[in-house]
Design a protein. Structure first.
Lengths: 450, 186
């Protein structure tokens, strides 16, 4: 347990560093020492210290208070104990005002420091338990957020429980807006990795080179602007789960890199020579038919089989219409509370209208539609009037379709949505009923400038 | 050759070294050897505090530390002066964790230090406990949460007296495993 509480001793006197380090090591803590503030900051960048003992007086360079402030900036969770001599107690009190948790006057009784360390670590353990409990609560929340009485989706949810603690790769397939990320979160937060990070990467939103450095990180000087080493999403997700959203949009080069990570759980940072090893569960999501992409030669077959160990197909909302009233009521309740509007439900005719609609943008579109209706609703119940703007299949009957290809039609629809929303991608994607990453993908595909 | 070297620093009686030898022979499968007595290094004396810096004494002992070819050898110094480090007002002893050198001070183990009549039996017990404690550190043992174990942290004399002259089962097993794999970690 003590191995989880690394400590740092900062003092310009060697004898102080050596003796204090030895004393703490006897107590079982991993301890580093630094002879000046700058060295301490360098160490703190790579180690998450539980307690930093900082001598107040360090001649030349940064003094104790400056060092403490910088340490707290890099590691806000670290507890800083200022070490001072009798003569400088006033300055130590000043240090407390600046953010030091404790100060000790040297030399102090061994019992005093032993009790101080025990007290701080007890508090840290409580904080850490608190964080774990909060995460467990959020786990419950996330499960409840998937609302369904559709037998197919219920089976899928049961499957997420069964596979939650495995490390097998999962491929979630479904149209935009069906809740692929929600299912990925349900898998992560139900398993052994729940207390570790869950990291999402939208593969469609970035260019190949940006995505490469985003995923694998980079070394200092790897490219112009790489001023310091940076960890990529795989390293950030170490011990946890990474969701590679829109995996079908990854370039051939990155497909080869991802295949290696899947096989070996190792990679190189961009511009790096040292292999980085990670323990990450990979969940991939796509709205494309990857098997078809493989046939067309646009997606590597070997990567497809590596990803497709456990496949989870999520049905579109039009294939589980029984969930529409449940979801609509859920969103109405949540959004009205968030917006502070008093909405007492959805009328029967309005629900019929919602059930009849085909929802090309799936659950996300339904959520957006409910939000818009709540904003404009004036009588406390959402009725047909509040959804009158919703385009029903029949309402397009008299619309004259221009004589253009389907691609051109889509391109024009995107341009029109962007114009209406003044170039705001988030709002335009909501209006089009697709998610942001899909819109980015289409902007790239149609070479539309924002 | 691996060995456990004992050395008197300053005016320490032969008897005190014998106490440690008898206890160490029970726990450590190493030949025991005595080094010629050493004087307290001048650099160790802290005039302001009237105490001796243990780091300086450890540095002196390190000169007697075994070479790489005998990496399970240890040097334990026994002194009668009051030890301290800059941060702490006193120490009963100090060791290099998983390292070759340790020191124990008899100064605060004497009943006389606390204004009480001398008690040689109690002094023997305390000396053995602290010697086992520091030697345990040199073989990689950290502090133990069992207050009866020689490896529990004693920050005042009552806590030394609460210990027994032996390691708890868990620490004992670790030591046995350590010697089953010479040079290994506990």
């Amino acid at each position: 347990m003590k191995k989880n509480w690394p400590m740092l001793v900062v003092d310009d006197e060697d004898v102080m560093c050596e003796s204090m380090t030895a004393w703490l090591r006897e107590d079982g803590y991993p301890v580093d020492s630094a002879s000046n503030g700058q060295q301490a900051l360098e160490l703190a960048k790579s180690t998450d210290y539980a307690i930093c003992f900082v001598d107040l007086k360090m001649p030349g360079g940064m003094d104790g208070i400056e060092t403490m402030m910088e340490l707290r900036r890099i590691r806000p969770e670290a507890c800083v104990i200022i070490i001072t001599a009798y003569a400088a107690v006033d300055t130590a009190i000043q240090a407390m005002k600046e953010g030091a948790q404790e100060y000790i006057v040297k030399p102090c009784n061994p019992q005093e420091i032993s009790m101080l360390v025990a007290r701080i670590l007890k508090l840290k353990k409580l904080q850490s338990e608190n964080a774990i409990l909060r995460k467990k609560l959020s786990r419950h929340y996330r499960h409840r957020d998937i609302i369904t009485k559709n037998p197919r989706l219920e089976e899928i949810l049961a499957l997420t429980q069964d596979i939650a603690s495995l490390r097998s790769t999962v491929l979630i397939r479904g149209e935009s807006g069906t809740g692929k990320e929600l299912v990925a979160r349900a898998i992560h937060f139900s398993g052994d990795r729940a207390e570790r990070p869950f990291i999402t990467v939208s593969c469609a939103a970035l260019t190949e080179t940006l995505l490469e450095s985003e995923l694998f990180g980079y070394e200092k000087g790897a490219f112009t602007g790489a001023a310091a080493q940076a960890k990529g999403k795989f390293e950030q997700a170490d011990g946890g789960t990474i969701l590679l959203d829109e995996i079908g949009d990854v370039s051939p080069k990155l497909q080869a890199d991802l295949l290696r990570v899947l096989q070996e759980r190792r990679f190189y940072r961009v511009g790096g020579n040292e292999e980085v090893e990670v323990d990450v569960r990979i969940i991939a999501a796509t709205n494309k038919n990857l098997a078809e992409e493989v046939k067309r030669g646009r997606f590597r077959e070997d990567l497809y089989y590596r990803l497709n160990v456990i496949e989870i197909p999520i049905p579109p909302l039009r294939e589980r219409r029984e969930d529409i009233p449940l979801l609509a009521e859920h969103f109405a309740q949540r959004i009205s509370s968030e917006l502070g509007k008093d909405i007492n439900g959805i009328s029967g005719p309005a629900l019929k209208l919602l059930i009849a609609y085909d929802w090309p943008g799936n659950v996300r579109e339904l959520e957006n539609v409910i939000e818009r209706a709540i904003v404009t609703c004036r009588n406390g119940v959402l009725d047909e009037q509040d959804f009158s703007w919703l385009q029903q299949p029949g309402s397009l009957e008299n619309w004259e379709v221009p004589d253009v290809s389907l691609d051109e039609l889509e391109r024009r629809a995107i341009i029109a949505a962007l114009e209406r929303k003044h170039g705001n991608v988030k709002e335009a994607s909501a209006a089009l009923g697709i998610d942001r990453s899909t819109l980015y993908d289409k902007l790239k595909h149609y070479e539309i400038a924002r | 050759m691996n060995a456990l070297y004992l050395v008197a620093i300053g005016s320490v009686t032969e008897g005190a070294l014998e106490w440690i030898e008898n206890a160490a022979a029970e726990w450590f499968p190493l030949p025991l050897q005595r080094l010629p007595p050493l004087s307290i290094p001048e650099a160790a004396y802290d005039r302001k505090r009237g105490q001796y810096q243990s780091v300086e004494i450890m540095k002196m002992l390190a000169q007697y530390a075994p070479s790489n070819s005998s990496r399970d050898s240890r040097v334990l110094g026994l002194t009668d002066v009051d030890l301290a480090i800059p941060m702490l007002s006193f120490l009963f002893g100090q060791a290099q964790l998983d390292g070759p050198v340790a020191v124990v001070s008899l100064c605060r183990l004497h009943q006389e230090f606390y204004g009480l009549p001398a008690d040689e039996s109690l002094l023997r017990q305390r000396t053995v406990k602290e010697a086992l404690h520091e030697l345990g550190h040199t073989f990689g043992l950290a502090h133990c949460s069992d207050p009866r174990c020689a490896m529990s942290l004693a920050t005042h004399i009552e806590l030394v007296d609460a210990k027994e002259e032996q390691y708890c089962e868990r620490c004992g097993v670790r030591l046995v495993r350590r010697f089953a794999q010479p040079g290994g970690k506990v």
